[in-house]
Write a protein that binds this ligand. Structure first.
Ligand code: DHB
Ligand code: MG
Length: 595
């Protein structure tokens, strides 16, 4: 379907917005009136620029406070509307959005509103313009799309139809199924926005927190399904008011926006992407630095076997069972170690790569020799390199033999990578959620807030349905932005966390220091026996329990921007020890600041 984006979604001047929308692959834009009013270009020049860029101007908006008013007031409305219709002729735009009255309505009567829309429709038709009437969620009298449709039906004018905006409908919890009772030809425009589940007044929610489809909590695929069953065949248009997107790079936001529609057309079935199964697990993680020596030591303590050096690159491989870590010193710009790449195991790397390409994920190139495996790779919004490898039911991935000169692995205590935790800059968090869910097909769990020394940290887990592949995204606190980067971590899974911790301590690992108060609290909450508590305190283990099982885990010290965790899940425990995150973050804060 044709795609469009409201200029209000983007940062910068009107011409910058148009260029970014065109570059991102949109077919058209909604001209948001304040953008035009603030622009030095004449309407004719804007129209010419749009035409040069291959963009249509699909909608002019908003026209406010038009109906439900006194006759005296309505005369002023008509005068204002005529000026806008002439402006629209100069722009070459034929549809104007009319929002339900917020400020000047004094008459709560559908017949009166319908009559005024009909007369406005006559005036519009005389200028070759159509009116798309939209119920704002906070309209004075009309705040429900079903009432807006009733008024349009009463107006019964060929130039008067409705505009459906997913935000106004879903934020109020109105059932979108009744959309199907509207004839498609009367749906003059469709605006799409997602939003996080928040408890606040709808106006503030709408003006500051809208998100692109796939980034929030609304079921936009179901919503779009209802609209398409009416026969609507106009553009899918994004209208996202969001303070972050209005401040950040316009090209990047436009690309993100376009990706959200590609994703939506896939889940709604109107334009399916190459279908990919969810990742079955992790192929590898890669730590990169000029010198990863300290990380090599830590991996040895955790029981990893050094498998050798890469035959053509300055990289070393460590494995323990199916858990594989590459320490890469090749072209490393960062002095301190960072988690640079994550390899996912997918059923078909070429299909997953085709899907990523369709979603316009930026490609990552690495020099690969002719006889080496070439894994497709894409850059996530935060720069993390995402590799797509073949699922290996067997222990070693196909690229492992490229490393030589190390040792043969023995019996393993680790059973794989449980999850990877990636810190996100605050401004690209939502984009990252969309990236991982759309490109890899991971599902986003409900977001959480984790108490930390720097305040509540936003956290969101994305996972495969089977749970064999999980990533956790956390907002990186501001103080880290100029520093080496907020630490990220890899959690390894084991069936015997005490044995892994004992082995690590015997090899010189110093567990992250957890205070006695934590263990006293564990006794109070769970009544664990003394000997178990003593073992946990000695090894720095943390514990959590839910209705279906329990969870024991520990953390290593942080080296630069990386640390590791080892976890043991028992029964059906499916979480990540979230109640312990604050304790862990405080311990890391102490270690970092040596207090
Ligand atoms: O917030 C507003 O006023 C506003 C304006 C136009 C729209 O289409 C909308 O959904 C909201
Ligand atoms: Mg709208």
């Amino acid at each position: 379907m044709r795609t469009s984006i409201a200029t209000v979604c983007l940062s910068g001047t009107l011409s910058e917005k148009l260029r970014a929308a065109a570059d991102a692959g949109f077919d058209g834009v909604e001209v948001f009136e304040p953008d035009l009013v603030a622009s030095p270009e004449s309407p004719e020049e804007v129209a010419a620029l749009a035409a040069r860029l291959g963009l249509t101007l699909d909608l002019y908006q908003p026209f406010r406070d038009a109906e439900g008013v006194s006759e005296e007031e309505f005369a002023l409305v008509l005068r204002r509307a005529r000026a806008k219709f002439r402006l629209m002729q100069r722009l070459g735009t034929d549809t104007m959005l009319v929002c339900s009255n917020v400020a000047t309505a004094t008459v709560d009567d559908d017949e009166v509103s319908a009559d005024q829309l009909r007369r406005l429709g006559d005036e519009a038709a005389a200028h070759g313009v159509r009116l798309a009437y939209e119920a704002l969620a906070w309209g004075r009298y009309v705040d429900d799309y079903r009432r807006a449709w009733r008024i349009v039906e009463l107006a019964d004018h060929p130039a008067v139809g409705v505009c459906l905006d997913s935000f106004h409908i879903l934020s109020r919890g109105h059932d979108p199924a009744a959309i199907e009772q509207i004839p498609g030809a009367k749906v003059f425009f469709l605006q799409l926005a997602d939003a996080p589940a928040l408890t606040m007044d709808v106006l503030s929610w709408s003006r500051h927190h809208r998100l692109f489809p796939g980034e929030g909590a609304f079921d936009l695929a179901a919503f779009l399904g209802h609209v398409l069953r009416t026969g609507y065949d106009g553009p899918l248009s994004l209208e996202v008011f969001n303070d972050v997107f209005r401040q950040t790079d316009v090209r990047r936001t436009a690309r993100q926006a376009r990706r959200s529609l590609t994703w939506l057309e896939d889940v709604a079935g109107t334009h399916p992407l190459p279908e990919v199964a969810e990742p079955t697990g992790f192929d590898f993680v890669e730590v990169r630095a000029e010198d990863t020596g300290d990380v090599d030591v830590l991996l040895g303590q955790l029981g990893f076997t050094f498998r050798g050096r890469h035959r053509s690159k300055d990289a070393r491989l460590w494995t323990e069972g199916p858990a594989r870590v590459v320490c890469n010193e090749q072209h490393a710009r960062d002095r301190s170690p960072t988690l640079a790449a994550v390899g996912f195991e997918v059923t078909s790397p070429p299909t997953s790569a085709a899907r990523a390409t369709a979603l316009r994920a930026p490609t990552v190139y690495r020099r690969t020799l002719a006889d080496e495996q070439e894994l497709p790779a894409f850059a996530a919004p935060d720069g993390t390199e995402v590799f797509l490898g073949a699922s290996s039911a067997v222990v070693d991935a196909s690229w492992v033999p490229e490393f030589a000169g190390g040792h043969e692995p023995g019996a393993a205590l680790l059973t794989g990578i449980d999850h990877v935790n990636l810190a996100q800059p605050w401004q690209s968090f939502d984009e990252a959620v969309l990236f991982y869910s759309s490109v890899l097909g991971l599902r986003a769990d409900a977001g959480q807030e984790v108490p930390a020394p720097n305040g509540l940290v936003r956290s969101q887990v994305l996972r495969s349905a089977a749970g064999s592949c999980r990533i956790a995204l956390n907002v990186a606190p501001l103080v880290w932005e100029s520093a080496a980067g907020f630490p990220q971590h890899v959690a390894f899974r084991t069936d015997d966390v005490v044995a892994v911790a004992r082995r690590a301590v015997a090899r010189g690992l110093e567990p992250l220091g957890i205070g006695r108060n934590y263990y006293d609290d564990l006794v109070a909450r769970f009544g664990l026996p003394d000997d178990e508590i003593e073992t946990m305190a000695e090894l720095g283990l943390l514990y959590d329990r839910d209705a279906s099982g329990d969870f024991t885990h520990f953390y290593t010290a942080t080296i630069g921007g990386v640390f590791f965790e080892v976890v043991q899940r028992r029964g059906g425990y499916d979480g990540y020890g979230a109640p312990n995150a604050g304790v862990r973050l405080a311990a890391q804060h102490r270690a970092q600041h040596r207090t």
